[in-house]
Design a protein. Structure first.
Length: 551
């Protein structure tokens, strides 16, 4: 269990935990420049992430190629209404894991997020299984994002991709190996660029739809009538084909919303996490939902689902973005370069977030004895540098893309890790529900928590059931006659046996047990929070009172 830290010269009182053992709880909170130091790892890690950082980091992690480029694929498969509903429903469903992880992280603000909470509120074996499942995800997705960045640069340059992979990789390491505040400021800047682009694209879309483009053509809602609001997916006519097309958009939406839970990974490096993480969770959900749903609505108005450019099997950079297609046809020539530039920062930003999140998961696993001890080493800047360097070494896989054959295999590997998002969301909901019912079992009122999430446990149950259905039906097309695809089947379902093998394998070797509802150390963590109150938030003055993105 994570040990609370009380300084060297502090009077300590004894409290009995639920197992009858003594737990040291300090009489007077210990503070450093960033607030109370209530856990041992917080005295080693540098808390350089402020509330504005974690809010904008969550936005930066979710707004990217899934919106700028992936929305076109959703339109092709589900039609404008099908894509709109798919992104809307998944946006609602993610309230389950977002609110759940925020409540858990407010109580136990440790590095690694749900990986650490599994240790205390479910089973150490699940901490190991989901932790390494997530690390595996970052190992493959990290070089993928760097490769994507290199490919996007080809829009302007013909220099060999190896040069750009090396350059972007070194910049990634530099941003993560020094102060965490550098990482925070970079992600803050990238998120700001994305928001500005989305606002600009939606305004452009509104102008084009209303006939304000250079050609003066009024688009209106013509594409919702012809070819129609839905698509007959796989050539299946009627309502069944429309429903299958709509269902297929869920995979695009899940990918687009992935990493929305990333506000918890660096909780130990966040200032006043018990106040700032819940604020981020409540606000990030609405902002991402509005950005995505509104943007998908406009995309469906701008480009028909049977547009030949959208139907192309491949494209470079922003070439297949429905925004670019619409702007190009309307005579707005500068938009492709602008979108490509921001998509470039999005891809690099995703790699930046992946390196930080993955290294913090590795660090958390090492602290709990689930990974080699060397990964616990922290630099004088408060950075777990060994974990960063280990994960960064996998960027070298990006050089596989220099070979066309290896590039095909590498693209296939990217598809394999897409399901990791659903697995992680399922685990978050599962762990939270056991935590919730353990509180009821132990008679602990929710008012004792640093922050009690609204709508619980209903949104957690909703998310758990829905995500299980989505992961089981992710490769449904392979079960339709004459539509079998080995690649689709493996990429859709490989994570299911993987997580079970990791879980039961570790359980069998280490003989771990599921933590019973009565044995969960919830009161222990509540007492730590109560003995270490965070400093109150500073009042908003001047122009900050009108800021709607962060506090």
């Amino acid at each position: 269990m994570a040990e609370p830290y009380y300084g060297d010269d502090v009077e300590v009182v004894k409290h009995a935990d639920l197992k009858g053992e003594d737990i040291d709880i300090e009489a007077v909170p210990i503070y450093d420049e960033a607030g109370p130091v209530e856990f041992d790892e917080k005295k080693e890690l540098r808390r350089g992430l402020e509330q504005r950082h974690i809010q904008m980091i969550a936005l930066a992690g979710t707004i990217g190629t899934g919106l700028f480029l992936g929305s076109g694929r959703a339109i092709v498969n589900g039609g404008p209404l099908g894509a709109f509903l798919g992104y809307l429903f998944v946006g609602i469903l993610v309230t389950g894991p977002v609110l759940s992880i925020a409540e858990l992280s407010a109580l136990v603000p440790l590095s690694g997020g749900i990986v650490r909470h599994c240790e205390y509120f479910f089973d150490p074996a699940l901490s190991f299984a989901n932790g390494w499942n997530q690390v595996y995800n970052f190992m493959v997705s990290l070089p993928a994002e760097i490769t994507a960045s290199a490919v996007i640069v080809n829009f302007w340059s013909t220099i060999n991709n190896a040069v750009w992979i090396t350059l972007f990789g070194l910049l990634l390491v530099a941003a993560n190996i020094f102060l965490v505040r550098i990482y925070g400021e970079l992600e803050f800047a990238f998120a700001t660029l994305k928001i500005m682009l989305i606002v600009g694209l939606n305004l452009m879309a509104l102008v084009l739809v209303c006939g304000g483009g250079p050609d003066g053509e009024v688009i209106g809602g013509r594409y919702w009538h012809n070819p129609g609001p839905f698509v007959e997916y796989l050539g299946i006519s009627g309502s069944l084909g429309h429903f299958l097309g709509f269902w297929t958009t869920f995979s695009n939406a899940v990918y687009a919303y992935s990493s929305i839970e990333s506000i918890s990974y660096a909780a130990a490096e966040t200032k006043a996490p018990r106040r700032n993480i819940p604020i981020a969770a409540k606000r990030i959900f609405w902002r991402v939902l509005i950005f995505y749903v509104l943007s998908i609505f406009f995309v469906g108005l701008l480009v028909p689902s049977n547009d030949p450019d959208l139907l192309k099997p491949s494209g470079v950079g922003a070439a297949r973005s429905p925004f670019v297609i619409a702007a190009t046809r309307a005579g707005v020539k500068v938009v492709p370069s602008i979108i490509n530039a921001v998509v470039l920062t999005s891809a690099w930003s995703a790699g930046n977030s992946g390196l930080l999140n993955g290294s913090r998961i590795l660090y958390g696993l090492a602290l709990e004895g689930r990974a080699p001890k060397i990964l616990k080493r922290v630099s004088r800047f408060g950075i777990p540098y060994v974990a960063v360097l280990f994960l960064a070494s996998w960027i070298c896989l990006g050089y596989m893309s220099l070979s066309s054959g290896a590039s095909t295999v590498f693209t296939w590997l990217q598809d394999l890790v897409a399901v990791c998002t659903l697995v992680n969301w399922i685990v978050i909901c599962m762990v939270y529900l056991r935590f919730y019912y353990a509180m009821k079992k132990q008679g602990i009122p929710r008012s004792r928590l640093p922050w009690a999430a609204p709508l619980q446990p209903y949104v957690a149950w909703m998310g758990l059931v829905a995500f299980i259905i989505l992961i089981l039906t992710g490769g449904y097309t392979t079960f339709i006659h004459r539509h079998w695809s080995t690649e689709t089947f493996v990429s859709s379902y490989i994570n299911i046996p993987m997580i079970f093998i990791l879980y039961f394998g570790y359980k069998w070797i280490k003989k771990t047990k599921i933590v019973t509802l009565n044995a969960m150390p919830i009161m222990h963590f509540i007492e730590i929070a109560e003995q270490n109150p965070e400093p109150p938030a500073k009042p908003k003055v001047g122009w900050h009172r009108f800021n709607i993105l962060w506090e």
